[in-house]
Ligand binder design. Structure first.
Ligand SMILES: [Mg+2]
Length: 259
């Protein structure tokens, strides 16, 4: 697995001449289910970080949500308006998640990745997490050898980009050495991230575990209740199970394994 942050434009394993499609997988709440409640555990830690800065409960809740909705990630608001160390933030928040207790490798998911026809598609991860968390999840799920590159948010960079900003998707294309948006196939649990990808001409699948809850910006959200989820108006596919990728993008899977 190669590493590709938003700040080191290199390491596209196959270079600009690679003509294959790319399947981009989000990591959190996509490669594992929201039922793990990892987003809740992340939200709790971020809230605690605000409290440790000296904020009162209510103020912490308000600011956490405001930064998330304004900047896409609470951390970006924190670095913009407060003197905090983003690496320390990552260590205290994502770094202390008991992931080994919450997620396990899945033979079915591993097989899904193995059944992607690599003569037709490369497989990359595209996450808003920092590299240590991204790598840790992929290692626990035993998917590291199935992912050729990881585009992650580089918390060490001032003003780093993140989904759903168009810039972040453009950076991802540069990292992977691909210019044709139509060759991009993107899977993410976040509707705004999907809509942004669709706008850029990517093929997208919204992994939507309707009925479950997730925490975004410190607030509980009912999955599947956001705009466009019931009736997609921009061509994005909606899937409830990653296995459905075998059908909606059947041309990217080995023919013997299509279901
Ligand atoms: Mg996600």
């Amino acid at each position: 697995m190669s590493e590709a942050s938003t700040s080191t434009p290199s390491s596209a394993p196959n270079g600009a001449l690679d003509d294959r499609a790319i399947i981009w997988f989000d990591i959190d709440n996509t490669l594992y289910s929201a039922s793990t409640k990892i987003s809740q555990a992340m939200g709790d830690r971020i809230h605690q970080y605000f409290l440790d800065m000296g904020l009162e409960e209510e103020e912490a809740t308000t600011l956490h949500h405001k930064y998330y909705t304004t900047y896409g990630l609470a951390l970006r608001g924190l670095t913009k308006h407060h003197d905090i160390d983003p690496i320390d933030f990552d260590r205290k928040c994502d770094g202390t998640l008991p992931l080994e207790e919450l997620i396990k490798p899945s033979e079915q998911l591993k097989q899904l990745f193995k059944d992607i026809d690599r003569s037709k598609a490369r497989v990359w991860a595209l996450t808003n997490a920092y590299q240590p968390h991204a790598r840790r999840v992929l290692r626990i799920l035993e998917l590291e050898d199935q992912i050729e590159g990881v585009v992650f948010c580089d918390y060490a960079e001032p003003n780093f980009a993140c989904k759903p900003e168009a810039d972040y998707y453009h950076q991802a294309l540069r990292k992977a050495g691909i210019s044709d948006a139509k060759k991009c196939y993107f899977v993410d649990d976040n509707r705004a991230n999907i809509d942004a990808a669709q706008k850029l001409g990517w093929n997208s699948a919204h992994f939507c575990e309707k009925g479950l809850e997730t925490v975004e910006g410190g607030k509980i959200k009912q999955i599947g209740m956001e705009r466009g989820t019931a009736t997609p108006d921009n061509g994005a596919k909606i899937i409830a199970d990653l296995e459905e990728l075998r059908e909606i993008w059947s041309h990217l899977f080995t023919s013997s394994t299509k279901k």
